[in-house]
Unconditional design. Structure first.
Length: 342
């Protein structure tokens, strides 16, 4: 696995609706691999060798969960709102980066220290509305001078690292892993197959960008390349999330308790046959909560066969996701065959 590229993707900023940072890398890397690029009005990065009618489309969302500046107080402390599904408990005392017109500004999320907490307060979850970002400014004027403005996006300042022999940890593995997979497929892309780095997946029940791009492209089949909640750690029971690291990509049969995409049976069979032929182990998954971009595409234009093919990831939607490079390689191996067969 190209760890250097994966690190770059994981550390890039791209909070939903402000994906320019990651989009720039995707455009650059797709171009290096000889593909034509279009960036649509919604910020989707669309890459292909050639398009004719009804292409096969693979989408990986580029956006990540994060924060947005809501208010700067007279003492220079920054209040924020959350963008995407964030557990408030993961926010306390994190280092963050505010993306301003003058560049990235470091901040830390402050909170009341345990010394002055009441005993009952220590047992409760801290609400994000009682947290703030300390940017080291003495007052509002200084914070404004640093370039911070209402509406600036904030990402977590987590360094991507290798973990053990085959694993990795970092922020935004959901879904920079998917972006990484698209960039590997881009090297030998058949005609009439389109790769999309989609925008704003994390901020709607079902992805926004994928729907907009697919409406125009009119795919014959859409594959969401994403991540899945892995249940292989001591605090999850096997039935909570029965997919595991190192056991191959997850084939998503049903999303969001069937409110999202329900994969077309013929398409599932084709994917499973290809997996068998290419000797790629896969894990079948039905998701109760959560969905992929497939959820927004399947019910368009008379119905488009869709499926999610996802890389199992621990501690998803936190700053310390963990995934296995073996699963990434298996995902690429499977999808290479899929794009030449479907
Ligand atoms: Zn995702």
């Amino acid at each position: 696995m190209d760890i250097k590229l994966m690190k770059r993707l994981s550390e890039a900023d791209g909070v939903s609706s402000q994906e320019d940072g990651i989009a720039k890398i995707m455009v650059e890397e797709f171009k290096k691999r000889g593909l034509k690029i279009e960036v649509d009005n919604f910020g989707n990065v669309i890459a292909y060798k050639s398009i004719s009618k009804n292409p096969l489309v693979l989408g990986a969302h580029m956006d990540e969960i994060g924060l947005m500046v809501k208010h700067i107080d007279s003492k220079g402390f920054v209040r924020f709102m959350k963008i995407g599904g964030i557990d408030d408990r993961t926010l306390v005392n994190q280092q963050v980066l505010i993306r301003t017109k003058k560049g990235l500004i470091t901040g830390v999320i402050g909170s009341r220290p345990p010394h002055i907490m009441k005993p009952e307060e220590r047992k409760t979850t801290i609400d994000y509305q009682s947290l703030f970002i300390d940017v080291g400014a003495s007052n509002e004027k200084e914070a404004l001078k640093m370039g911070i403005e209402v509406g600036d996006t904030v990402t977590f300042s987590t360094e991507f690292k290798e973990l053990g022999k085959k694993m990795m940890t970092g922020k935004a593995l959901d879904n920079r892993l998917g972006c990484y997979v698209l960039l590997q497929l881009a090297k030998e892309l058949p005609k009439n197959v389109i790769l999309i780095g989609t925008s704003q997946e994390e901020v709607s029940t079902f992805g926004k960008g994928a729907k907009i791009a697919s409406y125009k492209l009119d795919p014959r089949t859409f594959i969401a390349v994403d991540t899945a909640v892995a249940g292989d750690h001591p605090e999850l029971k096997p039935h909570d999330a029965p997919v595991y690291l190192g056991k191959g990509p997850c084939i998503v049969l049903v999303e969001a308790g069937a409110r999202g995409n329900v994969a077309e049976k013929k398409l599932v069979k084709k994917i499973l046959d290809i997996a068998k032929k290419t000797k790629v182990p896969v894990q079948l998954e039905v998701i109760d909560g959560g969905a992929t971009d497939a959820a927004s595409v399947h019910n368009m234009k008379g119905g488009i066969p869709c499926i999610g093919i996802c890389i199992p990831t621990r501690y998803i939607h936190s700053t310390v996701g963990v995934a296995s490079s073996e699963d990434v390689e298996l995902d690429i191996k499977l999808l290479k065959k899929v794009i030449t067969s479907l």
